[in-house]
Design a protein around this ligand. Structure first.
Ligand code: BJW
Length: 236
């Protein structure tokens, strides 16, 4: 019996990962044909990789930013179902995503906590100031706040960096009575530990994924299949 968004539930915390956007045409990370197949993770997703070869890191994110603007990349029915849940549920729905795409927002979700940053945002390494940016970025790009080049970086949380919105996330987990993890492999912390936080707060826990994740044993329940099927099935 799946834990549905029923009247007894007051606060649902939803965590999404790359699997929810897979059917929108955005590759996941750890699949055989995933984003890291040709790009060693330590070179493109660590601060050390960026310090070593910023041009390579910019090329990797420029390609992903451009891919996100392609007309065929659109929110799918799983994003739409979560947006509807946020609009129609009588209680609170906190939506946390590890994804750096903007498909939840484009589906109509509001107040999305992007814990690993956003592709369409860049920031100055000196001031921390953020800028909306949908085009390319390179080592010659001049920063609008300090008028210097080579100070701008993707506004992305790399390995070894502190994820964003952690106070809001832990506050929500402490109040959750249902925690639902969607489309994430459970390899990356702290997100992979949220199920334990929610359980400790007394929440029921549910995993919706293509296949059982690395930490599926930590969940009370699971439903497995493509997000376009299992997420709308759960919401309705
Ligand atoms: C479908 C589907 C369909 C497919 N329908 N499903 C040792 C032990 C524990 C921790 C550590 C450790 N050593 C180091 C650490 C910490 C490290 C970490 O976790 N490392 C592990 C690899 C071991 N974590 C960090 O460094 C983090 N920071 C940190 O811990 O700070 C300290 C701290 C302390 C205390 C509190 C808080 C913080 C930062 C992590 C940053 C991760 N960044 C990345 C890259 C972002 C940039 C970019 O986008 O390029 O974020 S890594 C990458 O993985 C990306 C993702 O958001 C993240 C998670 O991936 P996700 O979403 O799970 O994707 P996949 O590909 O792995 O899985 C997809 C799933 O979907 C699969 O299960 C499929 O089956 C499924 N699927 N199609 C439904 N149609």
């Amino acid at each position: 019996m799946l834990h549905k968004p029923s009247a007894a539930i007051k606060h649902i915390v939803v965590l999404t990962g790359a699997g929810i956007s897979a059917e929108s045409g955005i590759p996941t990370f750890r699949a055989a044909d995933g984003l890291w197949e040709n790009e060693p993770v330590e070179l493109v997703a660590t601060p050390q990789g960026f310090a070593h070869d910023p041009a390579r890191v910019h090329r990797f994110y420029n390609a992903r930013r451009a891919h996100l603007q392609r007309p065929e990349v659109q929110p799918n029915v799983a994003h739409l179902a979560l947006a509807r849940l946020q609009r129609e549920f009588h209680g609170i729905v906190t939506l946390i995503t590890q994804n750096v795409d903007n498909l939840h927002e484009r589906a109509g979700s509001q107040q999305v906590l992007h814990m690993h940053g956003e592709l369409n945002s860049i920031r100055c390494v000196h001031s921390g100031q953020r800028f909306l940016h949908t085009g390319d970025l390179d080592t010659d790009s001049c920063c609008a706040c300090c008028q210097r080049s080579a100070t701008l970086r993707p506004d992305i949380v790399w390995f070894g960096e502190m994820p964003m919105h952690m106070d809001d996330i832990y506050n929500a987990l402490a109040q959750a009575d249902l925690f639902v993890s969607i489309g994430t492999s459970g390899h990356v912390y702290p997100a992979a530990g949220f199920v334990e936080e929610a359980r400790a707060a007394g929440a029921r826990t549910l995993e919706l994924n293509l296949e059982p994740s690395k930490n599926h044993h930590a969940f009370d329940d699971g439903a497995y299949g493509p997000a376009s099927r299992v997420v709308p099935d759960w919401v309705t």
